[in-house]
Design a protein. Structure first.
Length: 1107
C-alpha cells in the first residue's frame, strides 16, 4: 500500500491524524465460489429496480463454516474518533468510535456473517455500505481498489474505488479525517467513463446500534415521511395511518425504533435542512449526518424492526452485536429508486459528514460546527451544544420573546458538551425561544428558534404509467419511456411508449433519438443509425442549424462503432456546435485523429474537449499519450502527474507515467509508477482490459498490448487466465497486421477455463467475431459472444451457441444456455428439455441445472413422478449444497404427490438460506402440514388432523422465517384448526380459532388467504361480510384474467410467467365460486388453474375434493 503525500514541506509538528493499515482477524462465515451459470435477466425486481446480475456472477451459496480469517484493515484516527475501513469487503466503513466516551457511533460488527440480501447475494450488515449506481451496490461484498493519502493540512484520506461493469462507470469515494475535528468527511465522485449517458443512485447506508431508547432525528420542520418509489406517505413524527401495511393508528411516534413492529423504510420529506441523525437516550449518545441538501437531499432510515422477523434477521446477520438501524444519506438521490443522470464523460462530486453527538438529550439543529438541542419543559428550558472541535470563549445566548434571558461564555469541545436547564418567564412558548452560539469575535456558529408548523396537505403519491394508448401526447409518451429507462423499472419497458409515439409522429426528434440510443447500447448499429438519421433529419429540416446536438452526437458515435469513420467524423463535428455535447464529441474526434496518426489535430481537439470538461480524465490521459507520441515528454509527464494527483485511483495516468519515464530513460520512476498502479488496483482484470481499450480506441495498439502483457500468464506466473485478455491481445495484433501473433493469442485464449467469462463490452462483439474468423475451430469465442449478446440480440446469441456446441459437445453450459433460449425465446419447450437433460448429463453436480430443468419440465406438464425421480436421483447433490433452490423443487413435488411426511422430513433435515423478501421452503412446509391434516380430517382422524394443522403454526428457524406482522398464512391455519374443534364438539375452542383467523391482519389486496377469512366469518355467523369477500375474489379473478396485474412499484421477486399469473387468477375465481357454493363453476376454474400451472397444489387439491 502506498501513502501519497502532496507536498514536500509538511510542517514538522506533532501529527494528530494517523492513517495506517494492519491485519485484523475476524470470525468469518465462508461464502462458496459463485455460480458458474451466467444469470441473464428474467424480470427480477430488486430494491424497486431491475435486479440484473449479468455480467457479474451470483454469490448465493453461503456456508455455515466459521473460521478465523485475517483481513487488511485500514485505520484513520485523530484526537476524537477512530475509523476502520475494510477494502476486501466493498470498502465498507467497518466501524467508527467516539474516543471521548467509547461509543460506537457507527455499528461495529465483530463477525463477518453474510446473508442473501445484496444484489448478487452475499451481504453483511453493520458499518457503512456505499451504494452506486444501484441499491445495494452489486460489488458490496467484493474487494475494491484503494490508496491511503496524507495531505499538507494534516488530514488523511482513504480512497476506495472500482470499475462498475454493468454500466462501465467508475465509483470513487474518499473517507477523510482532520486534525482537531470529530467528524469524518465522505467525498463521493461518480465518473462516467463512457460515451453514453447513464442514470445512477447514490446512498451511504450508515448502520447504528439500536435499542428501546433509540430515536431517529429528522429536522423539526419535517411533517411527512415517504416510502420506496414515493407511492405512500406518513405523518411525521406522530403517525395516525396505515403505512407500509403497518397500523400506526391512534397517534404513534414513529421516530422511536421500539414503535416499529415490522421492517420498514421512511424517507424524510424535507428539502430545506442539511442534517438528520439518531440518538440513543439510554447512552446519551448519537450519530449526526450533515450534507448540502441541494445536492444531497436523501435522508432515510431503515429498520428490521422489533418484531419477530426483525429479530430473526438480527440473529442471522450477527452473533452478539445486537439490532441494527440504518441511517441513509442520499446524494443526487432522495429515494430508492431515484436516479439522476451522468452525461457522457461527466463526473460529479459531493461531500457528506458524519460525527458523534453526546450528552445533549437530542438534536434540533446541526451544522458542521455544532449540534444543538432545545426542549421546553414546563417553565424550564433545556439547552445543549456539542461542537465538532475545541472552541474557547464561545458565547451561549438564550432569548425569550426577543429578550436575552441567559448569556454565558464557555469553553467547549467534542468530549465536553454544554447542557443546562434554565428557568424561563411564565407563559413562554417554545416558539418564543431562540438559542445562539457565537465565537468570542461575534461570529455566529449556530442559531435555532422553533418555528410554528403550518399544517400541510399530504403530498401526492407517485403514479404508475398509463398504457401507451391512453397517453394523450407524443411528448408525454417520450417522457414516460425516458423515466422507465432512467429508473430501471423492472415491470415496464420503455419501448412500447416510444413505438406508440412513433406511430403518431414517425419523425419525432426526441423519440427517434431515444430509440436510436437504445439500439446503439444493444449493439444494433443499423437500427440505431436509421432512427438517428431520422432524428437529425427532423431538426435540420429546411436548412436549419439545430440548437441541440444530441442527435448528431449519437449518430456519429453509432457510425464510429460501426466502422464508418468518415461519416462519423462529419456528424461528431456537427455535435461540437452544441455546448452540451461539445466535450464528448471532441473526445471522439480526438480518438479518430489519433487513430489516423494526426496528433496535432488530436491535441487541438483534446484541448477543446478539456475547455468544457476539465475533469474528463480519459481526455487528459489521451492528451498525455498523444504528447508522448509527439515527443513532448515533459508536457506529457506534467499532464499525467496532475491527473494522478486529481484522481489517485486513475490507473491509466499511472501506466502512462511509466511509459513516459521509460521514454525518458528513467527506469526507476517507470517501475515506481507501475508498482503504484498495481498496489492500488484490487487485482481486477477488467481495469486492465478497460485501459487497454482506452489506448486501442485511439490507435495506441502497442500500449494496449503492453498493459495486458502485465497479466499475461505466458510472461507472468501471477497473471490472469481469463480468456478475454488473450482475445483482446489477439484482436490488437490483428489490427496491427501481425496475424501470426494474433493466431497464437486466440489459440491461447481458447485453452483457458471458460468458467465465469461473461463479456459485456460493445467492443467485445468485434473482438470475438474476429477471433471466430481467425480460428473457426474455437468453440469458446462463439460461446462467449452468445453470452454477451443474449439479453439484447437473443437470435444472434443462439446461433453463436449452436456454433460452440457443434465444435465442442462436452461443455454443459452451452447446452444450458441453449435450453434456456429454447424456452425463453423460441418457446420450444421439448428442445429446451433436451438441452437441459444433456447439460445435466455432462455436469450432474450442478444444482442450478436441475432447478432450471424442473422449472421447464413443469411448464411442459411433464409427469410430476418423473420430475421427482430426476431430483431424487440427484438428492445428494442438491441436499449437500448451500443453495436450496433445487431442493425446494423436490419438496414441492413431494407435496404435490401427497408424500407429505417425506416432504416434512426433508424440510426438517436441511437448512434453507432465504433471500430477503422471499421464502420458498416455508410455503411447502405449511402446505405439507395442512394437506396431510386435511387427509386425516376427511378420514375422521381428528386428533392427527389437529396435530398437523397445529404444526403449520410454527416458524422453523432452519427456514429463516418468523411470524409476519401482516399477511402470511396463519389466517388459513387457524380456520383449519377451528374446523377440527368444531367436529370434535369443542365449540368454544372452534369459535376462538375462527376469531383468530378473522383477526389476523391481511394485506389490503385480496388474496387466497381472504377466502379462509371469509369461511371463518361464515362460521361466526357473519354471512354478509363473507359473501362480500367471495364476490371480491370473483371480481379480482376475472379482472386479472382479462388484464394481468403489473406491479409498477415491485420491490423484490421474480416476474411470474403469464401462465402462472393466469393460473392464480383462475384459482381466486374458483375460491370465490366455491365460497358461494357454486360447485360446477368452481370446478371449472380450478381445472383451468391446474391446466396452466401443473404445480398449483391447492387448485389441484380443491379440484380433487370436488371430483
Amino acid at each position: 500500500m502506498i501513502i501519497t503525500v502532496h507536498a514536500q514541506n509538511i510542517p514538522d509538528v506533532e501529527k494528530t491524524v494517523r492513517i495506517w493499515e494492519e491485519p485484523v482477524t475476524l470470525p468469518t462465515y465462508l461464502v462458496d465460489p459463485p455460480d458458474r451459470n451466467p444469470r441473464f435477466y428474467e424480470g427480477r425486481a430488486y430494491q424497486g429496480a431491475q435486479g440484473r446480475v449479468y455480467p457479474y456472477p451470483i454469490y448465493e451459496s453461503l456456508s455455515d463454516t466459521r473460521i478465523e480469517k485475517e483481513y487488511d484493515m485500514v485505520f484513520l484516527e485523530n484526537e476524537y474518533i477512530r475509523i476502520e475501513l475494510l477494502p476486501e469487503i466493498g470498502g465498507r466503513l467497518f466501524g467508527a468510535l467516539d474516543k471521548t466516551n467509547n461509543y460506537d457511533f457507527i455499528y461495529h460488527q465483530h463477525v463477518i456473517k453474510p446473508q442473501l440480501i445484496g444484489m448478487l447475494g452475499a451481504w453483511i450488515s453493520g458499518g457503512i455500505e456505499w451504494n452506486f449506481p444501484h441499491h445495494h451496490r452489486a460489488t458490496a461484498f467484493m474487494p475494491v481498489d484503494y490508496v491511503l493519502e496524507e495531505k499538507p493540512d494534516g488530514s488523511a484520506t482513504a480512497w476506495i474505488g472500482e470499475l462498475e461493469i454493468r454500466h462501465r462507470m467508475k465509483f470513487m469515494l474518499g473517507v477523510s479525517i482532520y486534525p482537531g475535528k470529530s467528524y469524518f468527511e465522505i467525498t463521493f465522485r461518480p465518473v462516467n467513463r463512457t460515451p453514453f449517458p447513464h442514470s445512477f443512485l447514490y446512498f451511504a447506508n450508515i448502520g447504528v446500534h439500536t435499542n428501546e431508547d433509540y430515536q431517529v432525528i429528522f429536522p423539526p420542520s419535517t411533517q411527512f415521511g415517504t416510502y420506496h418509489g414515493k407511492n405512500q406517505f406518513v405523518h411525521w413524527p406522530v403517525a395516525d395511518e396505515v403505512y407500509n401495511r403497518v397500523e400506526y393508528l391512534g397517534g404513534v411516534d414513529i421516530s422511536w425504533w421500539k414503535n416499529h413492529p415490522e421492517w420498514t423504510s421512511i424517507f424524510c420529506w424535507n428539502y430545506e435542512d442539511d442534517f438528520f441523525g439518531g440518538y440513543d437516550h439510554s447512552s446519551q449518545a448519537g450519530t449526526l449526518c450533515f450534507s448540502n441538501h441541494h445536492i444531497a437531499p436523501g435522508k432515510k432510515f431503515w429498520t428490521w424492526s422489533t418484531g419477530p422477523r426483525g429479530q430473526m434477521w438480527d440473529e442471522a446477520l450477527t452473533e452478539t452485536d445486537g439490532p441494527e438501524l440504518e441511517l441513509m444519506m442520499g446524494g443526487y438521490s432522495d429515494n430508492q429508486p431515484d436516479y439522476s443522470w451522468l452525461q457522457p464523460y461527466e463526473s460529479k462530486y459531493l461531500n457528506q459528514y458524519v460525527y458523534p453527538v453526546r450528552d445533549i438529550g437530542g438534536i434540533k439543529k446541526a451544522n458542521l460546527d455544532v449540534a444543538v438541542n432545545l426542549e421546553l419543559r414546563d417553565r424550564k428550558v433545556l439547552i445543549g451544544f456539542n461542537t465538532t472541535s475545541r472552541r474557547n470563549g464561545v458565547k451561549v445566548i438564550l432569548y425569550a420573546s426577543g429578550k436575552i434571558i441567559h448569556e454565558e461564555s464557555i469553553n467547549i469541545d467534542p468530549g465536553n458538551p454544554y447542557l443546562k436547564e434554565i428557568v424561563v418567564p411564565e407563559g413562554t412558548r417554545e416558539t418564543d425561544l431562540k438559542i445562539i452560539m457565537e465565537t468570542s469575535g461575534g461570529e455566529e456558529l449556530i442559531s435555532y428558534s422553533p418555528s410554528p408548523l403550518q399544517e400541510l396537505p399530504m403530498p401526492e403519491v407517485a403514479r404508475p404509467p398509463r398504457p401507451p394508448g391512453e397517453i394523450q401526447t407524443v411528448e408525454e409518451l417520450y417522457y414516460t419511456g425516458l423515466r422507465l429507462e432512467q429508473f430501471y423499472n423492472p415491470s415496464f419497458k420503455p419501448d412500447p411508449y416510444y413505438l406508440e409515439a412513433l406511430a403518431r409522429d414517425p419523425n419525432d426528434y426526441r423519440v427517434n433519438t431515444a430509440m436510436g440510443l437504445l439500439y446503439l447500447r444493444r449493439g444494433l448499429y443499423e437500427d440505431a443509425e436509421k432512427h438517428l438519421k431520422i432524428a437529425v433529419g427532423r431538426i435540420t429540416d429546411n436548412y436549419t442549424k439545430p440548437r441541440d446536438g444530441e442527435g448528431y452526437y449519437y449518430l456519429g458515435l453509432c457510425q464510429k462503432y460501426h466502422g464508418k469513420f468518415e461519416e462519423a467524423y462529419e456528424n461528431l463535428y456537427q455535435a461540437t456546435w452544441s455546448q452540451a455535447f461539445h466535450s464528448a464529441a471532441y473526445y471522439q474526434l480526438a480518438q479518430i485523429d489519433s487513430k489516423n496518426g494526426k496528433y496535432e489535430k488530436a491535441l487541438d481537439h483534446l484541448d477543446r474537449c478539456l475547455n468544457t470538461n476539465t475533469n474528463n480524465t480519459c481526455a487528459r490521459n489521451l492528451k498525455s499519450a498523444v504528447l508522448r507520441e509527439s515527443g513532448q515528454n515533459e508536457e506529457a509527464l506534467k499532464m499525467a502527474i496532475h491527473t494522478s494527483q486529481q484522481d489517485p485511483l486513475d490507473f491509466w495516468s499511472l501506466f502512462e507515467m511509466s511509459l513516459i519515464y521509460r521514454k525518458m530513460n528513467d527506469q526507476q520512476n517507470a517501475e515506481k509508477a507501475i508498482q503504484a498502479m498495481l498496489s492500488r488496483m484490487s487485482d481486477y482484470i477488467q481495469w486492465y482490459i478497460e485501459v487497454s481499450l482506452d489506448y486501442a480506441n485511439a490507435g495506441f495498439l502497442d500500449e494496449a498490448i503492453q498493459i495486458l502483457s502485465l497479466i499475461d500468464t505466458r510472461i507472468n506466473e501471477e497473471g490472469f487466465d481469463n480468456p478475454m485478455v488473450y482475445y483482446y491481445m489477439g484482436y490488437y495484433h490483428l489490427q496491427k497486421g501481425d496475424v501470426s501473433e494474433a493466431v497464437k493469442d486466440f489459440s491461447y485464449a481458447m485453452e483457458q477455463s471458460p468458467d465465469y467469462v461473461f463479456p459485456f463490452r460493445l467492443e467485445s462483439i468485434d473482438v470475438l467475431e474476429q477471433a471466430k474468423k481467425t480460428n473457426p475451430d474455437d468453440p469458446r469465442a462463439p460461446f462467449y459472444l452468445g453470452n454477451l449478446l443474449f439479453e439484447n440480440q437473443p437470435g444472434r446469441a443462439v446461433k453463436n451457441w449452436e456454433i460452440s456446441r457443434d465444435e465442442d459437445e462436452s461443455y454443459s453450459l452451452v447446452f444450458r444456455n441453449l435450453g434456456m433460449a429454447s424456452y425463453k425465446v423460441q418457446n420450444d419447450i421439448p428442445n429446451a428439455i433436451k438441452n437441459y437433460e444433456k447439460a445435466v448429463q455432462l455436469n450432474p453436480e450442478d444444482q442450478r441445472l436441475l432447478y432450471e430443468l424442473d422449472q421447464i419440465s413443469a411448464a411442459a406438464r411433464v409427469d410430476p413422478e418423473k420430475r421427482l425421480k430426476i431430483l431424487q436421483d440427484h438428492h445428494d447433490v442438491i441436499a449437500d449444497n448451500n443453495v436450496s433452490d433445487a431442493l425446494a423443487r423436490e419438496i414441492m413435488l413431494l407435496v404435490q404427490l401427497k408424500k407429505y411426511d417425506e416432504a416434512l422430513k426433508v424440510l426438517n433435515d436441511n437448512y434453507f438460506k432465504q433471500w430477503e423478501g422471499i421464502s420458498k421452503a416455508y410455503d411447502s412446509y405449511v402446505d405439507a402440514h395442512l394437506m396431510k391434516g386435511m387427509e386425516h380430517f376427511n378420514d375422521g382422524r381428528y386428533d392427527q388432523a389437529l396435530n398437523y394443522f397445529s404444526g403449520a403454526l410454527q416458524f422453523p428457524e432452519n427456514m429463516m422465517v418468523a411470524e409476519p406482522y401482516r399477511g402470511g398464512r396463519l389466517c388459513e391455519v387457524y380456520f383449519h384448526i377451528g374446523t377440527v374443534y368444531e367436529m370434535i364438539g369443542e365449540q368454544e375452542k372452534a369459535r376462538k380459532s375462527f376469531e383468530k383467523s378473522v383477526a389476523r391482519r391481511q394485506n389490503p389486496q385480496l388474496s387466497d388467504s381472504h377466502y379462509y377469512r371469509a369461511k371463518a366469518l361464515q362460521k361466526l355467523g357473519k354471512e354478509g361480510e363473507a359473501m362480500d369477500i367471495f364476490e371480491g375474489l370473483i371480481d379480482l379473478g376475472k379482472s386479472r384474467i382479462e388484464s394481468p396485474e403489473v406491479d409498477f412499484f415491485a420491490k423484490f421477486g421474480e416476474q411470474q410467467t403469464p401462465d402462472d399469473e393466469k393460473a392464480d387468477a383462475y384459482y381466486l375465481l374458483g375460491l370465490g365460486y366455491l365460497g358461494k357454493g357454486l360447485i360446477s363453476e368452481a370446478k371449472q376454474e380450478f381445472e383451468s388453474a391446474v391446466r396452466l400451472n401443473i404445480n398449483h397444489v391447492w387448485a389441484a387439491a380443491y379440484l380433487n375434493q370436488l371430483r
